[in-house]
Design a protein around this ligand. Sequence first.
Ligand code: 5GP
Length: 299
Amino acid sequence: MTHRPSLRPLPPKLTMDERRANLELAKRARHERADVKAAISAGRISIFNAINDPRDSIQRMKVIELLEAIPGVGPARAALIMEKRKISLSRRIAGLGPHQLKSLRQEAGIMKLDPQRGSLIVMSGPGGVGKSTITQYLKGDPRFWVSISVTTRAPRSTEKNGVDYFFVTENKFDQMIANDEFLEWAEFAGARYGTPKQAVAEWRDLGKHVLLEIEIAGARQIRASDPSAKLVFIAPPSWEELASRLANRGTDSSERRAARLALAREEMAAAGEFDTTIVNEQVEGVVSQMVSLATALQE
Ligand code: 5GP
């Protein structure tokens, strides 16, 4: 992924051609930054459009430069906002944390132009089709925010609370249902899983496309509650390929393997209920189709 800036020092010896290419790149980056600032000054875009812009040149910009570009803000007020919102003056866009982003959103002076609300993308597909690899890619893309679900299942050895899932007790899950905290929830393989409603709304308000990676019953609930959501089904290149991937996974007993295959067959049968099916031939291809879908929804 190249969305995040890398602050590597320049290699020591450059040929003339390399030096020229670097200068060219730097010049293009300056132009891109100037364009973004001009668009903010003219009120054509909000600072959140810039924050969600995946280009390296923009992700490397200092946050304060964005604030200064807002009509009526200027350097002194920009610095005050940064101080009040506890953001260091040298902070670059790519380094903004979730709390800082939400805090900036609350700043009255920069609310003049709201970010365009992000879209809601639901991704489902049979086990073993590669959903989590796709999710990993989109986690590195500043245009997206990947929802973190709540679950009653036990964490796996590599999983972290608050990163992979919020792991809760059955009681807590019941309470969350009673408090209407879920956008959807469903039972899967003996545990319950749910999407927290508030976080999804907050991130969409920040202009991020929100991705839910959930099973099919949950996707159906989203379809019913939010017709503007885009439902994407990830399919394997062939049934045989999926079956062999499932068969080679882990050290499962033959009963568990058979159960997983049966479940995958059921999941495959639901593909027709989705808006789009993307065949996972190659993860980069799927990711770029997801980006196009999300962006098209917003326009
Ligand atoms: P796992 O336990 O392997 O992480 O996930 C099992 C299944 O639950 C996967 O199909 C995953 O997509 C689904 N899942 C994860 N989070 C949610 C959620 O919040 N809601 C629903 N409905 N399904 C979820």
